[in-house]
Design a binder for this molecule. Structure first.
Ligand SMILES: *[C@@H]1O[C@H](CO)[C@@H](O)[C@H](O)[C@H]1NC(C)=O
Ligand SMILES: *[C@@H]1O[C@H](CO)[C@@H](O)[C@H](O)[C@H]1NC(C)=O
Ligand SMILES: *[C@@H]1O[C@H](CO)[C@@H](O)[C@H](O)[C@H]1NC(C)=O
Ligand SMILES: *[C@@H]1O[C@H](CO)[C@@H](O)[C@H](O)[C@H]1NC(C)=O
Ligand SMILES: *[C@@H]1O[C@H](CO)[C@@H](O)[C@H](O)[C@H]1NC(C)=O
Length: 211
């Protein structure tokens, strides 16, 4: 008799203590879930802000000045071909409108004649500080191995104006909220008219493309 009540009391105690423990465990679980939910919400809010209000802007590439450093056309008496020697000095600026630094990959400035690549100058990878404008000067030289279309070049030399195009594309990564990296790209292109007689740039139309 006595032994039976003892065990029943013991089992009661055991089950009562277990219920309290479980309730505490459940409360702790709810607390953890709420904390995770809250962190997730804050994360999502920052993500939305990062890609809207604080969205990083692209670098602004601009051709500041393009000048003719060397220009000489001659008729090669052996091959009876026109030879063009041309060197342009290009001043470029990279403006970073962001409040954070911008690192860009190495690329090249290109020189084109009627859609044909005739010259190239390397633009090494670098970093532009926040709200900084980085001046870059480049020298674009007509590559010796590039044969220009004889009839087109002859026409242009007769007219006295050589149409050229310079193009530069810069791509790099910018940090959003110091966590994410976003890849952005910008480019600039200039159509030039170069006077053969005066050896200068007589007209230039530049456009910046933002992608
Ligand atoms: C731009 O080019 C001119 C010469 O054409 C040079 O004197 C000047 O320093 C250059 N500016 C920059 C920022 O490179
Ligand atoms: C062009 O840049 C080089 C190297 O950054 C520098 O030594 C040179 O003086 C610059 N020239 C001009 C005209 O700005
Ligand atoms: C013109 O360019 C060619 C090839 O680059 C070179 O051999 C030649 O000396 C240059 N001529 C002049 C007058 O600069
Ligand atoms: C620049 O644009 C003007 C007006 O559209 C045009 O007359 C001129 O020929 C263009 N120059 C070049 C180099 O494309
Ligand atoms: C090109 O050079 C000629 C002669 O030096 C000058 O009269 C003309 O104004 C120059 N053109 C430009 C656009 O600088």
């Amino acid at each position: 008799m006595l032994g039976f009540t003892n065990t029943s009391i013991e089992t009661q105690f055991a089950s009562g203590g277990g219920g309290r423990k479980e309730r505490r465990k459940r409360n702790r679980k709810i607390c953890i879930y709420f904390t995770i939910l809250l962190i997730l919400l804050i994360f999502i809010v920052f993500l939305i802000l990062g890609f809207t209000i604080f969205k990083p802007k692209r670098l602004i590439t601009t051709f500041d000045s393009i000048t003719v450093e060397h220009l000489q056309s001659s008729l090669d008496p052996v091959s009876v071909r026109f030879i063009l020697n041309l060197t342009l000095h290009v001043n470029l600026s990279l403006k970073n409108p962001n409040h954070v630094g911008f690192s860009y990959d190495s690329s090249s400035a290109l020189l084109n004649y009627k859609g044909q690549l005739i010259g190239e100058a390397p633009l090494p990878a670098n970093r532009v500080g926040p709200e900084e404008t980085q001046p870059i000067n480049l020298t674009l030289t007509l590559m010796a191995d590039r044969l220009l279309s004889e009839s087109q070049l002859f026409n242009d030399l007769m007219v006295g104006v050589i149409p050229l195009n310079t193009f530069v594309k810069v791509s790099g990564k910018v940090r959003v909220l110091k966590i994410f990296k976003l890849k952005v790209q910008s480019s600039s292109s200039c159509d030039l008219a170069i006077s053969v007689l005066n050896r200068n740039v007589t007209s230039q139309n530049c456009t910046s493309q933002i992608k």
